[in-house]
Write a protein that binds this ligand. Structure first.
Ligand code: PLP
Length: 421
């Protein structure tokens, strides 16, 4: 008998021990398993959209396949798409980009790893948001960097990043800042003053910045701002752009790195080494997405707006839950500290499982976006409403409300005053 790899004593490479993951996908798999057994699930866990890609985008890609765009293409992506991205992203941020500033990618996510490989040496410190997209710390550590988390503070009407925490942690080894304005999961975005302070820090400490702007165009009111618009920042910032969210194209896997030519040139060489080039024919769909009729993204935003408001009104009618009104992203990040107490839950995970079993409402918690930071005393959930219809939102969150308001299966826990609420 030939021994299996593990019988033969296979040991993975050392670096694999430092590789993280997105535990959100495990919640998704758990919910899918429950649904397969016949349980009604209200899927608030994944930042995917249940809205189809607009027909003209699909048609342009199908035509590209028929036209023979089934070969390799330039390593950095097709020139018309790079030009369109440079024009669109530059205009929205009040800066000029040219074709050489753009490297098309198979999704926004690959920009994170390629950026880090291009700018970070082993032992360099990288500031990253926590709570935040879990891939940042995973790849910083995988590539031998030192991940320094900075947090967010819940204010009266918005979350804001802990600028003091950022400043406090900077040392002579700090090389990179990862900034996710229009933040997943809190929807926080910097004010003009916060951007100014950040820009000062970046210049003073000679930092390079990854501006993860995956949600830059996903907003209900106001206008998005980018750090790149401030003097001196365009030369130090690489933008993570994605078609996933704005155009409901998550499964197309299309995005771009946009930034200073010396870094983009390295990222293009990484393209050569990784995938040779992005998928050829989907780029023609992306080109039409950017340059064609924009009623699709407007309709997506209108639908998301209705969902956001439906979810907010039920969450805020639930005892022990309070949720700020986000102007951007398709996530809600309610504070559920009171609800945990009401249900007698000691931690995030026991609350998540209790509610999932009792109501079918499936969501992630703060801990799917990094380990709690020192001193963090409040409990939060992240609900993505991009993949749930308004009627499902209403049905599911009404069940959640009834369950929590009743105090769970055994009635309210906590002090007499908390029980009366
Ligand atoms: N950055 C953030 C903050 C995200 O939330 C996501 C996806 O959820 C991404 C990047 C990557 O998205 P994609 O790879 O689909 O472009």
């Amino acid at each position: 008998m030939v021994p299996t790899l593990s019988q033969a004593g296979f040991v993975a490479a050392d670096r694999v021990g430092r590789l993280g993951t997105e535990t959100v996908f495990a919640v998704s798999a758990e919910a899918a398993a429950l649904a397969a057994k016949g349980k009604t699930i209200y899927p608030f866990h994944l930042g995917d959209l249940n809205i189809p890609t607009a027909e003209h985008i699909v048609e342009a890609s199908l035509k590209a396949i028929r036209d023979g765009k089934t070969t390799y293409c330039p390593n950095a992506g097709i020139a018309p798409l790079r030009e369109a991205l440079a024009a669109d992203v530059g205009a929205a941020r009040g800066v000029h980009y040219g074709v050489d500033n753009v490297a098309v990618q198979p999704g926004g996510k690959p920009v994170i790893g390629k950026f880090l490989l291009a700018v970070m040496n082993a032992g360099d410190e990288v500031l990253y948001p926590n709570p935040g997209f879990p891939i940042y710390s995973s790849l910083i550590e995988f590539f031998g960097g030192v991940a320094l988390p900075y947090g967010y503070v819940e204010g009266a009407d918005r979350f804001h990043l802990d600028l003091d925490g950022i400043e406090r942690q900077i040392t002579s080894r700090t090389r990179v800042l990862i900034l996710n304005d229009l933040h997943n999961p809190t929807a926080a975005e910097c004010t003009a003053e916060e951007h100014e302070r950040l820009a000062e820090l970046v210049l003073k400490h000679d930092l390079i910045v990854l501006c993860d702007e995956a949600y830059f165009d996903v907003r209900f009111e106001g206008a998005s701002r980018s750090l790149v618009s401030l003097p001196g920042m365009q030369e130090r910032c690489v933008i993570l752009y994605t078609f996933s969210k704005k155009y409901a194209m998550t499964g197309w896997r299309l995005g771009a790195a946009i930034g200073p030519k010396p870094i983009i040139d390295i990222i293009v060489t990484l393209n050569v080494n990784w995938e040779s080039c992005p998928n050829h024919f989907t780029q023609y769909g992306a080109l039409v997405a950017l340059t064609g009729d924009q009623s699709g993204p407007r309709e997506i935003m209108a639908r998301l707006h209705g969902r956001r408001d439906a979810a907010l009104s039920l969450l805020n009618a639930t005892d022990g839950i309070r949720c700020l009104v986000p102007a951007t992203t398709f996530y809600l990040y309610p504070n559920v500290t009171g609800a945990l107490k009401r249900l007698g839950c000691a931690d995030h995970e026991s609350f998540r499982r209790l509610v999932l079993d009792a109501t079918g409402v499936s969501f992630c918690t703060r801990l799917h976006f990094g380990n709690a930071l020192a001193g963090e005393a409040e409990y939060y959930l992240r609900l993505a409403y991009s993949g749930v219809s308004t009627s499902q939102i209403t049905e599911g969150l009404d069940k959640l409300r009834a369950f929590v308001n009743a105090g769970g299966p055994t009635g309210p826990h906590g002090t007499p005053e908390e029980k009366r609420r």
